[in-house]
Design a binder for this molecule. Sequence first.
Ligand code: NI
Length: 269
Amino acid sequence: MLAGPGSAAADTEHQEPEPDCSVEQCVALTFDDGPDEYTDELLDTLNAHGAAATFYLLGSKVEDHTATVERMADEGHEVGNHTWDHPELPTLSVEEIQEQMERTDEAIAEVTGEAPETMRPPYGELDETVRQTVDHPMLLWDVDTLDWQSLDPEAVTDVAVEETAEGSVVLFHDVHETTVEAMPYVLKELDKQGFTFVTVEQLFDGQELEPGTAHDHARPDGGPEYGDGTELEETPQPGDGSELQDTPEPGGDDGLDGQPQPEVDPGFR
Ligand code: NI
């Protein structure tokens, strides 16, 4: 497209077409507990690969890293709420949960201009009170790289490369230098497998994620079974008996003929 030198800068911001996850093999890489000292290096790496990601931030750390948070938003990443200071939400009162959420939303909105759309509960811990109190969809994960445990770039890369499937939500922590060191390899290997790196919102595009609902992936194959390496059955595992209400097909077209519809887990773990 020809754009004169005088044309509005806003026009050039949107040259990249939105990924279409009904056609592309999308995955969402997610990074928790930042922003921190290695986050800018991670942003450089993501940039170099044209990869979008989602950052679940601790509100208490935003003020010390405003330039980094600004970069996240400017460079097309999703900024999510990971509470103010990482408590186990089920141990808190309703008021305390609300405060954890609101303070973090405000700290992020002050920098990016927008409150987060999604949140991730610390440790993936939630109960009925948390569900009813948190006013965002709750995003868990189906691939846990255990990066905080191994602190080994090679191990992080191995888990990410072996376990990631179309529709996966992959959990990392950008507070660890070893995780950030692993990312060029993770991106390169997953790129070879044909994956497109999108934000959580893009991964679930077309599906309304309701506040208080928990989601761990958007995998057309129904997700991992017992993690023992056995083949997945054709039929996606239904949830725990609860029916999903009218989940629209991503993209709203019939490009998924013959494939099971991506499942959104109604349950939590
Ligand atoms: Ni965390």
